[in-house]
Design a protein. Structure first.
Length: 294
């Protein structure tokens, strides 16, 4: 059995041993599916309004009703899911990548570089994300770029804080010293030895922050500093004040599902948690065997 085959088999074994959050994964999967293909399936244009149908109740014609301009809420919700998903992907990718790189550099090299990055991280964490969003909205105007920039600028600091601490612990291990003795360059050590050992924590942090990004985007749009009208997003749909609870319910369910998925990912990727689960499973198997023999 090759190393790749063993790694795949080990991954599937860990998945079987860990209780998969089926309902949260289903909710998030439906949100992603709605964002990708939903706008092509709904029968109404999300931007088309009809004042004669304004504030219509849910019916066969309009499954979720209409807003105060007669626009179909379902059509706007599925398009808003796409906008929200794009904000999440771009913000997480930009903030996570910057935070991962700066965290590794600060933790590994230390010294002046570490001190500068640490001070920048502390200063960034002192400013709320909503304040960044309001500043961008005032200076360059609300929009997709302002929202993603504001979220990314506050998000990278959280990644730096966690990754930096992990790297400081990893670089003291024996295999790093051995790699230096064998003449490995700093770049090779960072890519081959340091990055794989902090990647699990990085992935968990990505999962945990997905829900936070959705809430932040919704809050900024609600305050008028996010996605501007007429482009729909779940946040500005709540701000519209239409007689519908569906946008707020979608935000609540999606964020709750993402937090539960992030919690599961933490347990799935943490070897200490897996060891405890394996010991409990082994103890339960021994008790069952002893009871069967008795």
């Amino acid at each position: 059995m090759t190393a790749a085959t063993r790694a795949v088999a080990s991954t599937f074994r860990k998945i079987r041993e860990t209780r998969i959050p089926v309902i949260p994964l289903t909710i998030f999967g439906l949100m992603v599916l709605a964002a990708i293909i939903g706008p092509m399936l709904v029968r109404y244009n999300a931007y088309e309004f009809a004042l004669s149908d304004r504030l219509a109740a849910p019916s066969v014609e309009h499954f979720l009703g209409t807003d105060d301009l007669g626009r179909d809420i379902l059509a706007r919700m599925v398009l808003g899911a796409r906008v929200t998903l794009l904000v999440v992907v771009v913000s997480i990718a930009a903030g996570g990548a910057v935070g991962l790189i700066l965290g590794i550099v600060a933790g590994y090299f230390g010294g002046v570089i570490d001190a500068i990055i640490a001070r920048l991280t502390d200063a960034t964490l002192a400013f709320p994300t909503l304040l960044f969003g309001l500043l961008f909205a005032v200076s360059v105007g609300p929009g997709f770029g302002s929202v993603t920039a504001a979220i990314s600028l506050s998000l990278w600091a959280e990644f730096v804080r966690v990754v930096r601490a992990e790297v400081k612990s990893v670089k003291e291990r024996d295999f790093i010293a051995q790699a230096k003795v064998y003449g490995s360059s700093n770049l090779r050590i960072l890519v081959v030895h340091v990055l794989p050992n902090v990647f699990n924590s990085f992935v968990v942090l990505l999962g945990v922050n997905l829900g936070k990004v959705i809430l932040t985007e919704a809050s900024l749009s609600y305050l008028g500093a996010g996605i501007p009208q007429p482009t729909p997003s779940w946040g500005n749909m709540v701000a519209d004040g239409q007689k519908s609870t569906f946008p707020g319910l979608a935000i609540a369910l999606t964020v709750l599902a993402l937090f539960l998925i992030g919690d599961w990912m933490r347990d799935f990727l943490d070897p200490r948690v897996r060891q405890k689960q394996s010991k409990r499973a082994a103890a339960a198997a021994r008790r069952a065997t002893q009871q069967g023999v008795a």
